[in-house]
Design a protein around this ligand. Structure first.
Ligand SMILES: [Zn+2]
Length: 153
């Protein structure tokens, strides 16, 4: 058995996010608002050996299933992540985080002068212009999203 399998076993009901790029786990936690504050059991494994030369982070959260917004955030922060939904200790669904063509609302544009940051009630729209390179660009002002400094609406 792989080390990683040990690390993700035995969750009764909830989500296991696996294959997060090593070192991105904490950013994923904060993006998804997972802080254990609601009393749910959260396990985080950082820099777990994965293959010969790489490392990955793993997060398992009891009692939580990801929404589309969460999946979109994951796709940007940790594009290789897999999302495993567990019910009654069994894997019922396995998904990959995948980027849609555009992502509405959740990311805040970094340009303070952007109309989406003004008092107009216009929701942000990020166009995915490069899937591989994870380049997202604001539809309104064309500012590129810095994925290391994401801010959320
Ligand atoms: Zn903008």
């Amino acid at each position: 058995m792989e080390h990683s399998e040990l690390a993700v076993r035995r969750i009764r009901e909830g989500t296991v996010i696996d294959h997060i790029d090593g070192g991105r786990g904490l950013q994923v936690l904060s993006a998804l608002g997972i802080d254990g504050g609601d009393g749910s059991q959260v396990t985080v494994a950082l820099n777990v050996p994965s293959g010969k030369f790489s490392k990955k982070d793993i997060i398992k959260v009891e009692g939580r299933f990801l929404r589309d917004d969460d999946t979109n955030k994951l796709a940007v922060i940790a594009p290789r992540a897999t999302i495993n939904m567990i019910r009654d200790y069994r894997l019922v669904e396995k998904r990959r985080a995948s980027l849609p063509d555009r992502i509405g609302r959740i990311f805040r544009c970094a340009n303070p002068g952007c109309i989406t940051n003004s008092r107009e009630r216009i929701e942000s729209v990020m166009e995915v212009v490069d899937r591989e390179g994870r380049i997202l660009r604001c539809r309104y002002c064309s500012r590129t999203l810095d994925i290391d400094r994401l801010r959320y609406n």
